[in-house]
Design a protein around this ligand. Structure first.
Ligand code: NAD
Ligand code: UFG
Length: 335
């Protein structure tokens, strides 16, 4: 079976390509490498023994994508390609809407021409918006507070409408919680350009001495230690969830959403302490102001994924911290 993985060179996509190849799927990556390195396919090959087929293109480029579908018999698509920085999306909203919506529409039109009817889409816990309370269940109303989040809400709606119009189409909407961690080989991980926005890459760089200290954004939230709770999920568990979603798509039609999380909230201070303990390093940090837009607690009810996708997250927060540290150490040794 051949799977087209858009955004397959990115953080979650690359780990998913590894899992796919290890389970015998043929993988075709379509990525413009805007937010990923050209050496990622080689790294995938080092882990799996096989280099995936790679097309460097913009998924919104209809002509280029048409060539991919003409040259390969694509059975299903996993669609990761998209811009994902919440803050940046508030500054350049049109770019976010153009990139994320156009790429999805072009992909769907191309799939339609080639009678390809199974899609797994990278959605986000951000679609639960500020009005719902954790634990989030998939039947809650969706909304957003920033352009990035709205692209996810809108694409989910596009996919629902498309499934209504084509009763043979299957769209699995995977709502990720907070992916962290890295491949245990140290060859793949989250390696953002510039100063990271997200907690784990920031923690790792402080521990490595590349940044002086971490600011904890607020300790006056109504949580057990005053810092925000998030549902951190190991990226390899998340990647495996996509294989379960592909199986689901092969035997169901319609659009269905699934939370991919552990169901456990972990505080910022708990994550820092775990990182320090398992890696025997220090992460200098201080308490700062709250970050605008942060919610006190965000965690999943993962029971639908357990019951219908037969998927559960298996790795611990210790595993996530250990693998993130191993990845950054490997990266530093390479440089
Ligand atoms: P990433 O930036 O590492 O990977 C995305 C990949 O898509 C990159 O390689 C980028 O170059 C590529 N890309 C972007 N626009 C493209 C386009 N128009 N054409 C071709 N390639 C394009 O991000 P990630 O963390 O791996 O996230 C993957 C998906 O999951 C994204 O859609 C993101 O919104 C979603 N998601 C991520 C998180 C998270 O915390 N990482 C949480 C929820 C949802
Ligand atoms: N945090 C800090 N200091 C930092 C960075 C983060 O204290 O330097 C805290 C945040 O305040 C938050 C927690 O660490 O409480 C996690 O923050 P992240 O930025 O890592 O993740 P978010 O939960 O804010 O956002 C993530 C994704 C978004 C997605 C959202 C959906 O990055 O793309 O989950 O819930 F929209």
């Amino acid at each position: 079976m051949t799977i087209l993985v858009t955004g397959g060179a990115g953080y979650i996509g690359s780990h998913t390509c590894v899992e796919l190849q290890q389970k015998g799927y043929d993988v075709v990556i379509a990525d413009n490498f805007f937010n990923s390195s050209l050496d990622v396919p080689e790294r995938i090959a080092k882990i799996t023994g096989k280099k995936p087929k790679v097309y460097q293109l913009d998924v919104a480029d209809e002509h280029a994508l048409e060539l991919v579908f003409s040259a390969n018999c694509i059975d299903a698509v996993i669609h990761f390609a998209g811009l994902k920085a919440v803050g940046e999306s508030c500054h350049i909203p049109l770019h976010y809407y153009r990139n994320n919506l156009d790429s999805t529409l072009t992909l769907l039109e191309t799939m339609e021409r080639h009678n390809c009817k199974q899609l797994v889409f990278s959605s986000s816990a951000t679609v639960y918006g500020p009005a719902n309370e954790s634990p989030y269940t998939e039947d809650m109303p969706t909304s957003a507070t920033n352009p990035y989040g709205w692209t996810k809400v809108m694409i989910e709606q596009i996919l629902r409408d498309y499934c209504t119009a084509d009763s043979g189409f299957s769209a699995v909407l995977l709502r990720y919680f907070n992916p962290i961690g890295a491949h245990e080989s140290g060859l793949l991980g989250d390696d953002p350009n510039g100063i990271p926005n997200n907690l784990m890459p920031f923690v790792a760089r402080v521990a490595a001495g590349q940044l002086p200290e971490l600011t904890v954004f607020g300790n006056d939230y109504p949580t057990r230690d005053g810092t925000c709770l998030r549902d951190y999920i190991h990226v390899v568990d998340l990647a495996k969830g996509h294989l379960s979603a592909l199986s689901y798509a092969a035997s169901h039609t319609g659009a269905e959403a699934f939370n991919l999380g552990t169901g456990e909230g972990v505080s910022v201070l708990e994550l820092i302490n775990t990182f320090e303990r398992v890696n025997e390093v220090s992460v200098p940090h201080r308490i700062g102001e709250r970050r605008e837009g942060d919610l006190a607690d965000v965690y999943a009810d993962p029971s639908r994924a357990r019951n219908e996708l037969h998927w559960v997250a298996e790795k611990t927060v210790e595993d996530m911290c250990r693998d993130s540290w191993h990845f950054i150490q490997t990266r530093m040794a390479e440089q």
